[in-house]
Write a protein that binds this ligand. Structure first.
Ligand code: MGD
Ligand code: MGD
Ligand code: SF4
Ligand code: MO
Length: 728
């Protein structure tokens, strides 16, 4: 018997409201829901393959334990938890709490919206501050810059009303990330363009999004800081900024004006290789056409100066007054998150929580940051002997070997650990090095709530959707017969139980302030995942019970939320003149961006529509026969290198080399290689590049060129050489 059910797609962070066809307890197909008020029928190739990923023959249905000979044997999950808890206790006793670290990757949050709350509770309960996540190898500058600049206690101007959008190195039509709402971005953009939106895109590649822009600047990669400085300079020079707003809420504008002075359009045009007139035009269009915000993505964040880049974006948005004002309606108030009051007032910088606070790392003078603990330093923390050395890592829904910068060091670190536990649904590259691989349920086997999507709305300026939407889905299918799999969070719960510690669950708050205190979880009888969802949504604007009444997802506009007036006597002001940032900017003005002559190309990052980082690469419906990540080059570069599409090459940085398969991309600037990350395995499998792809993370060194605040190394704009390679 076949039935159809509404659910939340959890194959990426976008959480599309989709429909699953289920026959005899097996998911058959997944498609968009044309009646969904927000996603409007959208379902990408990854979502369409959710049923196939459920049935994938490579899926792990039993947890695995590595045997002395290196092979893996199935182990009952309860026994795995017994053994892991015992080893953790031993490590705690002999090495202390700092020896135990967790890493939460993308699927830790995509697959289960309450997972983060339990992992944090676990770390707190055992006394470890060594919780890491993929945020700090993504766009950590967003958080650090907010702390250095300050913010606005109401949302930024919203895409739903925007007349202009400036996208710096993000490609929302493929990534469903920032710049255009992640809910059916193609349709959102088409509607906005029809309404008269001016879209400005800055990207060295004429990306899917850039192709729809009114202005596309196609600069050299890594020049975004200089470009933003030039835009700010033009706006201040021509007095196109919002002087009233600036007077009332922003400090440091004169210092900023001085610091951007050397970044004349002509000079920046030369170094970035764009037309000076286009820079001036972009500045004028952005400044004259509010509302609308500027947003950056991973490409420019990974090109060297994540914090400074994001700081300048805040400067640009704020001098143009791109924050919601008193009396305006908040487009996306929290639904399952806690309500916050929106006020038309500036939040001053909180520099003491920007970087360098809390837990110190033993390398590169790094410490905790507003974006979290620097993941790029975790491999060193594992490798470096001495007090505080990390000896056990629980890696959850992430894939360090595929995704962390400096793959060779990461592999070494994973092998050095006393205990590596990988929580996964398959034998990923990291699982293959783990002592235990904990097999977890497929999302369709678990209930879900759209809290992850709400987090996205709160994540940064220019992210989010267009309405206060929420959805709940029950578990729709049972795991396949004979499977021994658990909900992810039950693993941390099971460890806590065995280690005799109490977990305290915090409700999810996007503002940092909790209206309701953490709640103790029953450590004898585990609650159901639905009960856990109740715990993390306590105090929400809309009760979970209400959301559950609308299985197809719904918009919850009532009660509407409006931006309140500034509090009487409020003195807070944002700061565009942070001394450290402006010194960094001056340094960028002096740097010589040209690289070593023997590394004439630049490798830049990109995303592929059909996979999420390393997820989905082994699913035939997703790879459709192309089981690798092509190295895209401009056709004239290929011709000059005497290469044809499909040829094999060595791509070498000053740190390491990988093997790639070249492909034509007419949309690229010359001199670039554009490649997706998180493919391939270790060097011993490089010759299988056509079967498994290549790992661009290996080209990055984590200790030579890194951002000093967050530890983020250069993961785009990497100087490389390319030479033909004959593979047997
Ligand atoms: N060179 C380079 N490196 C990069 C980037 C780049 O652009 N260039 N991008 C960076 C960015 S932005 C990020 S966010 C990181 C991503 O870094 P990670 O999050 O570490 O990498 P993913 O490949 O997303 O890892 C997802 C893991 O979850 C597993 N998985 C799949 N489905 C499920 C499930 O249902 N449940 C659970 N529990 N697990 C599941 C997968 O098998 C895989 O092992 O990579 C970063 N690394
Ligand atoms: N289909 C799909 N969706 C995904 C993912 C995926 O793997 N596949 N990954 C998810 C993750 S973890 C994240 S963080 C988001 C990221 O979402 P985005 O940040 O939008 O990432 P990309 O789509 O890679 O777009 C980055 C763009 O930056 C450009 N670029 C590279 N270097 C530079 C530079 O130096 N300057 C400028 N101006 N541009 C540059 C690239 O050409 C590319 O078009 O996507 C998420 N969504
Ligand atoms: S965009 Fe993400 S959530 Fe939407 S269908 Fe694709 S994978 Fe699923
Ligand atoms: Mo990411």
């Amino acid at each position: 018997m076949s039935r159809h059910a509404h659910t939340i797609c959890r194959a990426c962070h976008a959480g599309c409201g989709v429909i699953v066809e289920i026959e005899d307890g097996r998911p058959q197909s997944v498609r968009g829901d044309p009646n969904n008020p927000l996603y409007k029928g959208f379902c990408c190739i990854k979502g369409q393959n959710m049923a196939a990923s459920w049935a994938n023959s490579k899926r792990l249905l039993q947890s695995q334990k590595r045997q002395p000979d290196g092979r893996y044997s199935p182990i009952p999950v309860e026994q795995a938890m017994d053994e892991i808890a015992e080893r953790l206790q031993q490590i705690l006793a002999s090495r202390g709490t700092r020896a135990i670290a967790t890493y939460s990757g993308t699927m830790a949050t995509n697959a289960g919206a309450a997972n983060g709350a339990v992992t944090s509770a676990f770390l707190k309960a055992i006394g470890s501050r060594m919780g890491f996540n993929s945020n700090t190898i993504d766009q950590p500058g967003k958080f650090v810059a907010a702390a250095l600049f300050g913010g606005w206690m109401a949302p930024p101007q919203h895409f739903a009303q925007a007349r202009v959008a400036l996208l710096v190195g993000c490609n929302p039509l493929v990534a469903m990330s920032g710049g255009v709402p992640h809910t059916n971005p193609g349709r959102s953009l088409t509607d906005a363009l029809k309404r008269g939106l001016s879209l400005i895109v800055i990207d060295p590649r004429r990306s899917e999004t850039a192709r729809r822009a009114s202005v596309h600047l196609q600069p050299r990669p890594g020049e975004d800081v200089a470009i933003l400085a030039a835009l700010i300079r033009v706006i201040l020079d021509e007095e196109l900024h919002d002087a009233l707003f600036v007077d009332e809420h922003l400090d440091g504008v004169e210092a900023l004006r001085e610091a951007v002075a050397p970044f004349t359009p002509e000079r920046v045009a030369r170094r970035a290789d764009v037309a000076a007139a286009d820079l001036v035009a972009a500045a004028r269009i952005f400044a004259r056409n509010g509302p609308g915000v500027a947003t950056a993505g991973t490409g420019p964040n990974m090109s060297g100066h994540t914090t400074l880049l994001e700081y300048l974006l805040r400067c640009l948005n704020t001098i143009c007054g791109r924050w919601q004002r008193q009396g305006e309606q908040v487009i996306e108030p929290a639904t399952l998150g806690q309500p916050t009051q929106a006020r038309a007032q500036a939040m001053p910088p909180y520099t003491q929580y920007a970087y360098g606070f809390g837990e110190k790392l033993r390398v590169r003078d790094l410490a905790n940051t507003a974006a979290g603990m620097p993941t790029a330093a975790l491999a060193d923390e594992i490798l470096m002997p001495g007090q505080g050395q990390v000896r056990a890592l629980i890696s959850h829904g992430g894939n360090p070997v595929a995704a962390w910068p400096d793959q060779l060091k990461t592999i070494e670190a994973m092998k050095t650990l006393d205990l590596l536990v990988q929580i996964d649904t398959r034998m990923s590259a990291t699982a293959k090095l783990a002592d235990y691989v904990v097999a977890v349920k497929h999302p369709l086997e678990m209930p879900g709530i759209s809290l992850t999507q709400e987090y996205l709305s709160a994540y940064a300026v220019g992210f989010g959707t267009t309405a206060p939407y929420a959805q709940y889905t029950p578990a729709l299918v049972e795991p396949p017969a004979g499977a021994d799999v658990i909900d992810d969070w039950l693993f941390f719960y099971g460890l806590a139980q065995r280690m005799g510690v109490q977990l305290m669950i915090k409700p999810v708050s996007f503002s940092g302030t909790l209206r309701v205190p953490p709640q103790a979880i029953d450590m004898i009888e585990p609650p159901s995942t639905d009960e856990l969802f109740e715990m993390v949504t306590r105090g929400s604007r809309i009760a979970l019970a209400e959301v559950r009444q609308h299985p197809a997802g719904a918009i919850f506009p009532d009660p509407p939320v409006f931006v309140q007036a500034k509090e009487e006597g409020w003195q807070g002001r944002m700061n565009a003149g942070n001394a450290q940032m402006l010194v960094d900017l001056t340094d960028v003005g002096r740097e010589d961006p040209s690289g070593a002559e023997d590394l004439p190309f630049r490798l830049i990052s990109r995303r592929q529509m059909n996979v999420l980082n390393s997820v989905g690469q082994d699913n035939p419906g997703q790879h459709r026969g192309r089981t690798y990540n092509p190295a895209y080059l401009h056709p004239e570069d290929l011709a000059e290198l005497k290469l044809a599409a499909g040829d094999c090459v060595e791509i070498r940085s000053d740190h390491a080399s990988i093997v790639g398969i070249v492909e034509i991309d007419r949309n690229l600037r010359r001199g670039l290689v554009s490649m997706a990350h998180s493919w391939g395995e270790g060097p011993e499998r490089d010759h299988e590049v056509r079967e498994i792809g290549a790992n661009t993370g290996r080209l990055t060194s984590i200790d030579r060129e890194f951002e000093r605040y967050t530890g983020l190394p250069r993961m785009s704009n990497i100087p490389v050489a390319i030479k033909p390679l004959a593979l047997d």
